[in-house]
Design a protein around this ligand. Structure first.
Ligand SMILES: [Zn+2]
Length: 505
């Protein structure tokens, strides 16, 4: 047997959110007919034999009556998913002479991705977008892909692509590989303007609206405490509406994460900062990521956006404790069987909780029926690390529902968002946006005059404010000054930040 029977096709797999090149080698040999797949395939990959076999027969091709060996190289890299079906099928068709071979160099620059249905049609592949975005690193400049995924690929890259509906058209498609053109440049998707600007439509809740505005302008973590039905969830959603659109790079990153998580992609919303609100029953892996192979969790899906934890006191404490690392570092490290992946997780935390088990502690609307020890115990369920990171704490009471909506507020909403965007721009230019500044850098950024410095020191001494809380206060005050367009932070800014700090635990 000569080597000429071996066919080589380029496929891809995922390592976390990163695309990796896989060389699919197919060898047909005389001897007992059979199919051998080697090179650390996952269960889903191993099952490609059944899918490819059936798909070939339903596409007018035949299954070669040979001993078929498929090697997925490099051998020590775990291969996951069904996305290598199409590459394996192409390898078999090339090796058995059913498809005429294109120039080898061209084939080595072509990434072939697709899952086969039994009837030969092509299905979408999870994580395809990551492979397309990493094409250059994979050493490819063109892509054969399921037609259903062409639109998402075109939304973030200009790679030359050949969309396929069905395996039956693969032979003809391969002969056109050298001639495919890059898609035309798309017009940049603009902010369509009709955003969720409804914060200003919320009537009343002035303190909460102010806290949300500060949170949006400075990227501060926020907790809202109030009785059931006071609009905490609605307010949290409005916060996302105040955030500026994502940059092109952030948008591609958002889609990469969603593609790798296997979520349906909404290309029309992808320029918005994500808003994720996992239920309090979420598992640890669901929240921070995990599984085998590791998939991104809610905190990574919320990267550069908002993670909203409603009924925060109801979350499992051990699960919440796992937010400690991402809240410190903006990323999460997951290790499984000796392999480590790092996912981005730079999110803004917005949490909401009832004040007590019955929900009415501190309300003017109804009396709280909880016992004192129940009250103490309840707020302690918001664990230490989470509480430590909260920079803004706002207490709400229930206002009559008909007061919430104020449709004439849209112009006000637009102005509010312009101020938020301008404040964020100032903070970004100064390098203080979302930055965990403290010490000298923070003092430098705040430009407190002598009077304000003395006022704050006295305040901190009298109330025994921790250094961490003092720094958080200054960061929030810096944002208040940015919203007002002031270079210096004043005593009024500091007083407002202190009024919105969490109570001592
Ligand atoms: Zn109560």
């Amino acid at each position: 047997m000569s080597d000429s029977k071996i066919a080589r096709v380029v496929a891809g797999t995922l390592d976390g959110l990163t695309g990796l090149r896989v060389q699919v080698e197919v060898d047909l040999a005389r001897g007992l007919p059979g199919f051998h797949l080697v090179g650390l395939p996952s269960t889903a990959t191993r099952e490609s034999k059944e899918r490819v076999g059936s798909a070939l027969r339903h596409s007018g091709y035949r299954w070669p009556d040979r001993r078929i060996t498929v090697n997925l190289a490099p051998a020590d890299l775990p291969k996951e998913g069904a996305g290598m079906d199409l590459a394996i099928a192409l390898g078999i068709l090339l090796a058995s002479g059913q498809i005429r071979r294109p120039p080898a160099a061209l084939l080595q620059r072509t990434l072939v991705v697709g899952e086969l249905a039994l009837d030969g049609s092509l299905r979408a592949v999870r994580g395809l977008l990551a492979l397309a975005l990493d094409a250059e690193n994979l050493g490819v400049d063109r892509l054969v892909l399921p037609a259903v995924q062409q639109e998402e690929v075109d939304a973030v890259t200009r790679i030359r692509r050949l969309p396929l509906d069905h395996l039956a058209s693969l032979g003809e498609a391969v002969q056109r590989l050298g001639a495919i053109e890059a898609p035309l440049a798309r017009e940049e998707l603009d902010d369509p303007g009709e955003l969720d600007l409804r914060l200003a439509e919320v009537k009343g809740q002035e303190e909460a609206k102010r806290a949300l505005t500060l949170a949006a302008a400075g990227g501060h973590h926020l907790l809202m405490v109030g009785p059931p039905g006071c609009g905490k969830t609605m307010l949290a959603r409005r916060l996302a509406g105040l955030l500026p659109p994502l940059t092109a790079e952030e948008r591609a990153q958002r889609l990469r994460v969603e593609s790798c998580a296997g979520l349906p992609l909404d290309l029309t919303q992808a320029f918005r900062p994500p808003f994720r609100s996992p239920h309090h029953s979420v598992s640890s892996a669901g929240l921070v990521g995990g599984g085998r192979p590791p998939r991104p969790g809610e905190i990574t899906l919320a990267h550069r956006g908002v993670l909203f934890l409603d009924e925060a006191a109801e979350f499992d404490r051990a699960t919440l404790d796992r937010l400690r690392e991402p809240l410190e570092s903006g990323q999460v490290r997951l290790t499984r069987l000796g392999r480590t992946v790092v996912f981005p997780a730079d999110f803004q935390l917005v949490a909401a909780t009832n004040p007590c088990p019955c929900g009415w502690y501190g309300s003017r609307v109804r009396a709280c029926t909880c016992r004192p020890h129940e009250l103490r115990h309840y707020m302690r369920r918001l664990s230490g690390p989470l509480r430590d990171r909260i920079e803004l704490w706002v207490t709400l009471d229930r206002e009559p529902a008909e007061h919430w909506w104020r449709p004439e507020g849209r112009d006000e909403a637009r102005r509010l968002r312009e101020r938020v965007v301008a404040a964020r721009q100032r903070a970004r230019e100064r390098g203080t946006l979302n930055a965990d500044l403290d010490g000298a850098a923070l003092h430098e950024a705040c430009r407190l005059d002598r009077g304000a410095q003395q006022w704050l020191s006295r305040w901190a001494d009298e109330r025994n404010l921790s250094l961490r809380r003092l720094a958080a206060t200054m960061r929030v005050a810096r944002t208040a000054a940015d919203l007002a367009g002031r270079r210096e932070v004043t005593i009024e800014d500091l007083a407002e930040a202190l009024a919105l700090r969490p109570p001592a635990s």
